[in-house]
Design a binder for this molecule. Structure first.
Ligand code: BES
Ligand code: MN
Ligand code: MN
Length: 461
């Protein structure tokens, strides 16, 4: 692997240009208006894998967006790494908050990225991080340094729940057989503090609808005399947390695994500044469940949050009206052992039970998935750890993340292998937000580190 550092330096501009081309295509899986672009992105990813040296590249049709499957098998007796990533992106709105258009990538300097960062939707989540693997493979095949077999599975529906990928994995266990799954779709603590993500939270996402009177009413003629669905919804939502910010749904915490004092002490060793955290978000205080630190609240503890709420009149000026209906979208982040389908049922039963007379409540589940934790004594983790040591000169810190990649627990269930999450993004990269970006330093560091994972994984296997 002597040449990887110089290879990255020598090809830096091309690596950036190629990623920029990929970022120009708006592959927004949630919005059917972008169907052709999303398919076009799948084709571009497939082409890049052929160019990088895969022997087999397939565009696998599904009921939704295609899954790209590719491989290079050098010897059936050697281990196989399965790389997963996604080529779809989140919708870019609100558009007016972007400092440059989301699908016209530009390089700008930021405080944390003095070398420049690529600003575009998907730069970090996940096109940039996925493409690091394509370029790492290009290096290994070109230099005869691919030490084991590799398979790629890149999907286009991660941001909308990976429903068709779930089916694909169940139907293709043989094809996808592997010794370890490698994903770059998470983050690290800081550029000088490498970390490996050892946990992801699960998710249950629901939509609620509260219906009162059969039509919108004059808020003077009827106000005070009938249940106002928006008032009622606000009250119901407020009741879902108690004064300690504990979630009040009966049974919600039943299977939550409590970490030992020792594990919590280990976690607290990770470098973290509450002051910088608050400053980065322009808030004067943090908020959350009593008895837990900020890093615990956003990783080892389950949560319930409203993601959107609407109803009644929201246009210009004032309109006096009591709406017939009110709505909210609610997500619950779950920790390992909480079953997302069970939690969805608990939510539904509870939410219906607290509805006062005078309204009806409907709860519609959207999607969900289980949480995930991975041990740090596996060969995969050890290989990743050594890879970071090689390129960062430091041992990475294991860290559980608050985000979700629901398909990971299904991988373990169906393919019986562990997933290693080598993320190179930073929290400040603004994934899912306006002005998403990915540091060029992080992008190149990822390309440089990944080949070492293959090397050490093969050596340790
Ligand atoms: N890549 C993210 C998840 C992520 C980001 C995990 C950073 C850890 C650190 C992924 O694309 C994502 O956004 N997942 C969704 C869930 C999905 C079902 C829409 C999420 O976490 O909200
Ligand atoms: Mn992602
Ligand atoms: Mn995402």
């Amino acid at each position: 692997m002597k040449n990887i550092t110089s290879y990255v330096q020598d090809n830096k501009q091309r690596f950036i240009d190629e990623l920029i081309e990929l970022l120009k295509i708006p592959s927004i899986s949630a919005d059917s208006a972008y169907k052709n672009d999303t398919i076009k992105t799948a084709d571009a990813v497939a082409k890049s894998l052929t160019k990088a040296g895969c022997d087999v590249v397939e565009i696998c049709e599904t009921d939704g967006y295609p899954i790209i499957y590719a491989h290079k098998i050098i010897d059936k007796n050697l281990p196989t790494v399965l790389v997963y990533g996604h080529y779809d992106v989140q919708p870019p709105d609100p558009l007016d908050l972007w400092t440059s258009p989301p699908f016209e990538p530009v390089i700008k300097e930021t405080k944390l990225h003095p070398e420049g960062a690529i600003f575009a939707r998907g730069a970090c989540d996940d096109k940039g991080q996925m493409y690091m693997h394509v370029k790492a493979l290009e290096y290994m095949t070109k230099h005869g340094e691919l030490p084991c077999n590799v398979k790629f599975m890149i999907e286009g529906e991660e941001e909308v729940g990976s429903v068709n990928l779930g089916k694909f994995v169940k139907q293709n266990q043989e094809k996808l057989a592997n010794d370890v799954i490698l994903i770059s779709d998470t983050g690290m603590i800081a550029k000088d503090v490498p970390s490996i993500t050892t946990g992801l939270r699960g998710l249950s996402y629901v939509e609620v609808e509260v219906t009162g009177p059969n039509r919108d009413l004059h808020s003077g003629l009827y106000g005070g005399a009938v249940a106002n669905p928006i008032n009622v919804l606000a009250k119901m939502i407020a009741s879902l947390h108690d004064e300690n910010n504990h979630i009040t749904i009966p049974g919600f915490y039943d299977n939550v695994e409590e970490l030992s004092q020792d594990e919590r002490a280990q976690m607290a060793k990770a470098p973290f500044s509450l002051e910088s955290y608050k400053e980065a978000l322009d808030i004067d205080a943090v908020y959350g469940e009593k008895g837990y630190t900020t890093n615990e609240r956003n990783s080892i503890r389950p949560t319930l949050d409203v993601n959107g709420i609407w109803g009644g009149y929201t246009g210009e000026g004032a309109k006096t009206v009591i709406a017939s209906k009110a709505y909210a979208k609610i997500s619950m982040r779950l920790v390992p052992n909480q079953d997302w389908e069970n939690i969805t049922t608990l939510f539904k039963n509870h939410f219906e039970s607290i509805a006062p007379k005078g309204v009806t409540v409907k709860v519609t589940p959207h999607h969900g998935g289980q949480g995930y934790v991975t041990p740090i004594d596996s060969i995969g983790y050890q290989a990743a750890s050594k890879a970071y040591e090689q390129t960062f000169g430091k041992t990475p810190i294991p860290q559980r993340s608050g985000g979700s990649i629901p398909i990971v627990s299904l991988f373990e269930q169906e393919l019986k292998s562990k997933t290693i999450l080598m993320g190179f993004g930073l929290d400040s990269d603004a994934i899912h937000s306006p002005n998403e970006h990915f540091g060029i330093w992080n992008y190149l560091k990822g390309i440089e580190t990944i080949p070492y994972f293959y090397k050490y994984f093969t050596e340790l296997s």
